[in-house]
Design a protein around this ligand. Structure first.
Ligand code: C5P
Length: 242
């Protein structure tokens, strides 16, 4: 096996240099972490499932004109992606209250929000990804106002599309996190969706029972993490080949 240059290693993924300039290989690990790495474990098969689920969702988003970094899946754990300059902002979309907003604002988990709420967090492990406003993002130059408008409109389209897609398979899309990056093409700069979309960064509840089918099973020691991710893949019609 040829040794590839490791460009970046995150908690759940590794990025390697790709076969052509401007490409990277995104490798999905089985490692699971929560609370900014304080809780760590391995969930066998998680990387394979997230690779497939993210491929499926990114492809569907491309089909409706949401440009993203996904090029093609290479194997069970790897996908070829476009290299982008990641904007250091996590975009969090909430349709129903869960997780940190409940603690922060004293709202009961499961309360439907009066309208979709988009929050921004500064990507920084040392600072625990603090919530920030548009003012911080533009003042510190992480994105300019035009880029931020573009991010917001793409984010709302992603939410509309995913809400419909998951509703059709009996899943409530409670909230999720997106990341965007700058794609350079000569003088042109385009903001495109990057990272992954999987049960690691979405909250997905069964529409009938509200059973959690996402990483909260790991965060809260509910057990059945891999089964839940498999259930999402099964309902999407994409169970990975064994
Ligand atoms: O923790 P919190 O409730 O703010 O998370 C909101 C959503 O964003 C959840 O779906 C969670 O999985 C996702 N998220 C993430 N990565 C982070 C923070 C949140 O994927 N660093």
């Amino acid at each position: 096996m040829t040794r590839r240059r490791r460009v970046y290693e995150g908690k759940a993924k590794v990025l390697f240099e790709g076969p052509e300039p401007g490409t990277l290989v995104q490798y999905f690990k089985d490692d699971a972490t929560a609370f900014n790495g304080e809780k760590k474990s391995t969930v066998t098969g998680k990387g394979v499932l997230n690779n497939r689920i993210s491929e499926h969702l990114m492809t569907k988003l491309s089909d409706i004109g949401i440009h993203n970094h996904f090029i093609r899946r290479l194997n069970m754990r790897e996908q070829l992606i476009k290299e982008v300059d990641i904007i250091p902002v996590e975009v969090i979309v909430r349709n129903v209250a869960a997780g940190s907003i409940c603690k922060r604002l004293g709202i009961a988990e499961g309360t439907p929000l009066p309208r979709t709420i988009v929050e921004y967090c500064f990507k920084s492990d040392e600072l625990n990804d603090p919530i920030v406003s548009e003012e911080h993002i533009t003042a510190f130059g992480w994105a300019n106002p035009l880029e931020l408008d573009d991010i917001m409109s793409q984010t709302l389209r992603v939410n509309d599309f995913l809400l419909g897609l998951f509703t059709a398979i009996g899943i409530r899309l409670i909230d999720f996190k997106l990341e965007f990056g700058r794609l350079y093409d000569g003088e042109e700069v385009q903001i495109i969706l990057a990272d992954e979309i999987s049960p690691d960064n979405c909250r997905l509840w069964d529409a009938t029972t509200d059973k959690k089918l996402d990483k909260d099973r790991f965060r809260r020691d509910l057990g059945g993490v891999e089964d839940a991710y498999q259930e999402v893949a099964r309902r999407l019609g994409i169970m990975p080949e064994s």
